[in-house]
Design a protein around this ligand. Structure first.
Ligand SMILES: *Cc1c(COP(=O)(O)O)cnc(C)c1O
Length: 503
């Protein structure tokens, strides 16, 4: 059995290396049609086991063509999900032990390594020691996604609130988000049956939540008999990389001691590894005030999916909300005693051994390697944004945020276009980019303004890839401007109406 394993294993590693080495030559987005795979595969599993070589070859033949290559140097869509080769190997080791590490006894190394790497990551981000596991008061845990992190925080916040206010009806509880909060806020409310109040943010404030907006909402809601118990703030919103004014928010929230502040920094939070971004992206307020903080190392943190990090200031709120320990799961090393019981820090029981890839990646890159990766991406984005600022065809919509630029067509040769004409033009522009296989990029809508988001994060991306992206964007934009000038006026508008696409 084992010699056969070895051969297949060597081949798999070779092919993985070849895959990464050949990315630049591939189309970045998949060209397949919906349903392509069902057509290609048999309708049921084989009765007898098959030769592994056949299976490995079918992966190359059927699966790879259906992949969007997120590590491709021209991938600028959504958010990056970077990785390291050592992290990939860690995943192989982790799956080779196949264990659900839900408590210390279930596999001591899993719990202990997670507690250690979560302290390492807290340290490299500059989080306050209150969030370290070694504090035995706060602590960090790896979740599957930022959405799970919010769900856990909301459950903990709700149970704290209800404990303090036992007569409050569930239907009077309110969760606060803003118009720019990721859909995870509404999803948490949906799952938990909670009311959501959506606070308004404006373009003038760069789409950041301000303290005054929160203050007014809290006063009105409390007067109306509601019980706001959690606010989901964001550092680096999905649409535009906006940063809520956590300093102002904390100032208001201190008058509401049971309003839980959760900060979702799924993408941007990893940038705290570079001390120069800590102040502007609100780390001081996070350290001094918030109850929980989440960042996805599986986005911009060189850890492949999944690895969402959640830190809480008071771990007992998690256990108080989520510990339903039946006798057979009680061990003499439970939370209260010597070890963390991670099963009480997330929604499931069993959990993947994800800390291993953090450990491998942190050790092979070191803090310097993480910093270099982040600053390289930010430098490339600054270069891109500079070209947009200088262009006669495009303009920047919001202030570039870290490695993200939100921009749109605003041709100087067509100065009289109205808001809806500009939106139509930009939808057409985006549709042309989306149809290409040599770039992956996504769109957004900021209070009715249709725009394109460029996010840099693939490790293979270099300056030449940014130049190439600019060249093809200009190509597409020039065609549209020419058509518009050719068709002209009202008739032109019609030519640009394309169906809107969802995110
Ligand atoms: C990507 C992103 C999310 C979603 O993260 P998941 O881990 O997929 O749930 C949430 N919030 C922000 C700000 C994001 O950038």
């Amino acid at each position: 059995m084992y010699p056969r394993f070895r051969k297949a294993g060597y081949q798999a590693i070779d092919r993985i290396c070849d895959y990464h080495g050949s990315l630049r030559g591939r189309p970045v987005s998949s060209q397949v049609e919906p349903g392509y795979l069902r057509k290609a595969l048999p309708s049921s599993a084989p009765t007898e086991g098959e030769d592994f070589q056949l299976i490995a070859d079918d992966y190359q033949k059927h699966i790879i063509p259906g992949l969007t290559h997120w590590q491709h140097p021209s991938f600028f869509a959504y958010f990056p999900t970077s990785s390291t080769f050592e992290g990939i190997l860690a995943e192989l080791y982790a799956s080779s032990t196949s264990n659900p590490g839900f408590n210390w006894s279930a596999s001591p190394a899993c719990t202990e390594l997670e507690a250690v790497v979560m302290d390492w990551t807290a340290q490299i981000l500059g989080l306050d020691k209150a969030f370290y596991n070694i504090s035995e008061v706060g602590g960090g845990v790896i979740q599957t996604s930022a959405s799970d992190s919010v769900l856990v925080a909301t459950v903990a916040a709700r149970s704290r609130y209800i404990r303090e206010h036992p007569h409050v009806a569930m239907e009077d509880l309110v969760l606060y988000i803003t118009t720019q909060t990721h859909s995870l806020g509404k999803k948490a409310a949906l799952v938990l049956g909670l009311k959501v109040h959506t606070l308004q943010v404006t373009a003038q404030d760069d789409f950041a939540l301000r303290g005054d907006t929160l203050k007014v909402a809290l006063e009105e809601d409390v007067k109306a008999g509601f019980h706001p118990f959690i606010l989901i703030g964001t550092v680096g919103t999905t649409s535009s990389g906006a940063v809520d004014r956590l300093d102002e928010i904390a100032d208001v929230a201190k008058h509401y001691p049971f309003l839980w502040l959760h900060v979702d920094a799924a993408w941007a939070g990893v940038a705290f590894v570079c001390p120069e971004y800590r102040e502007a992206y609100q780390l001081p307020a996070i350290n001094n005030y918030v109850d929980s903080f989440c960042t996805n190392f599986h986005k911009w943190g060189l850890i492949h999916v999944d690895g969402s990090c959640l830190w809480v200031r008071h771990r007992r709120h998690l256990s108080d909300a989520l510990d339903v320990t039946p006798e057979f799961l009680r061990s003499k090393h439970g939370d209260a005693a010597t070890a963390i019981d991670y099963r009480n820090w997330h929604l499931g029981l069993g959990r993947r051994f994800r800390s291993l890839k953090f450990w491998f990646a942190l050790r092979t890159r070191g803090v310097n390697g993480f910093q270099k990766y982040i600053t390289d991406c930010i430098r490339l984005n600054a270069r891109f944004a500079q070209c947009i600022y200088e262009s006669d065809l495009f303009s920047v919509v919001t202030k570039p945020s870290l490695a993200m630029t939100v921009f749109r067509m605003a041709p100087k040769s067509l100065p009289h276009l109205g808001a809806s004409e500009l939106n139509a033009l930009n939808r057409a522009f985006y549709a042309r980019l989306a149809a290409r296989s040599d770039i992956a990029i996504t769109q957004t809508d900021l209070n009715g303004v249709f725009c394109v988001r460029m996010v840099i994060g693939a490790e293979q991306t270099v300056e030449g890839d940014i130049e190439q992206a600019l060249v093809l964007m200009k190509e597409e934009a020039v065609v549209l401007v020419r058509n518009w000038e050719g068709i002209g006026g009202r008739r032109g508008r019609k030519a640009y109406v394309v169906p809107s696409q969802s995110h």
